[in-house]
Design a protein around this ligand. Structure first.
Ligand SMILES: Nc1ncnc2c1ncn2[C@@H]1O[C@H](COP(=O)(O)OP(=O)(O)O)[C@@H](O)[C@H]1O
Ligand SMILES: [Mg+2]
Length: 264
């Protein structure tokens, strides 16, 4: 399905590109993204002229100060927010122009999404929350339960499976939300600050799990972070500042980013 969609978009966005010695396909191509929020008094431009590319099999991180527009950008890349201008191609399919239903279906089949607040269902246990991720992707209940349990174990929460979210710490809730986002091995994982509530060790557990998935299964991940401890897991790092993407399309040296974290 993904392969056939590649022929419907311009060559440079959906088709294979030369990237070093190997040919890689594009998972995300955002072009000319602009986002303006209209407040009562004046329009407020949050993102402008954003061009971003993520290749299949890559873990890309988006960094930048608070308020820079990182969450807004991920919402647009996930099809949860419509940009004022620009196009977003996911695996060669343009999603901004899709109608709501088509976009929902596309998300369901291609994306695993985790936003900062986690959005767990309060009346469902940790295990049931993760099972729901599988159910939405069409898994049968017995298989959903078995795989949900396995995923919870892989984020270190096997012994918390039957707890309701209110009996879990913020970090544990964040790991449940990550497990739910990974349900059914989505080809693209989009995660907004997935380690913000985690201590250093659990932050590493979650990000190395993500990295293993990306490397072993060839899926793709993009995540935002404030957390200098996890930058070493990235294949590529881009920086958003005042709504503009800087250092785009290149790997920002981690030393430089660590310096800017320390001074902010
Ligand atoms: N729905 C909205 N309406 C108006 N302004 C918004 C909305 N969402 C975000 N913003 C503003 O856009 C800017 C960028 O926000 P955000 O994308 O959350 O930044 P970051 O994730 O980098 O901290 C902030 O100034 C924020 O207040
Ligand atoms: Mg944010």
């Amino acid at each position: 399905m993904i392969g056939s969609a590649l022929h419907s978009v311009p060559m440079d966005l959906g088709d294979a590109q030369e990237n070093g010695s190997s040919r890689k396909r594009v998972a995300i191509a955002a072009r000319g993204i602009e986002m303006v929020f209209n407040s009562k008094t004046h329009p407020f431009r949050v993102l402008q002229a954003i061009d971003l590319t993520v290749f299949e099999g890559e873990l890309q991180m988006v960094v930048g100060p608070s308020g820079a527009g990182k969450t807004t950008l991920l919402l647009i890349l996930s099809g949860l927010l419509t940009p004022t201008r620009g196009k977003v191609y996911l695996f060669g399919k343009e999603i901004v122009g899709m109608d709501r239903e088509e976009r929902t279906q596309f998300r369901r089949h291609h994306l695993g999404i985790l936003f900062e607040e986690g959005n767990l269902f309060r009346s469902l246990t940790a295990l049931e929350n993760v099972e729901l991720g599988f159910a939405l992707k069409g898994f049968r209940p017995s298989s959903a339960r078995r795989q949900a349990r396995h995923l919870l174990e892989s984020v270190g929460l096997g012994d918390r499976a039957n707890h309701l979210p209110r009996y879990l710490s913020g970090g544990e809730q964040q790991r449940v939300a990550m497990a739910r986002a990974l349900a059914g091995n989505p080809p693209l994982i989009v995660a907004d600050e997935p380690t913000s509530a985690l201590d250093s060790q659990n932050g590493r557990v979650v990000v190395s799990l993500l990295r293993d998935l990306v490397k072993q299964q060839g899926c793709t991940a993009i995540l935002t972070t404030h957390d200098p401890r996890i930058l070493g897991f990235a294949d590529r790092i881009v920086e958003v500042e005042d709504g503009v993407l800087i250092q785009a399309e290149s790997q920002t040296p981690i030393d430089k980013l660590n310096r800017s974290f320390r001074t902010s």
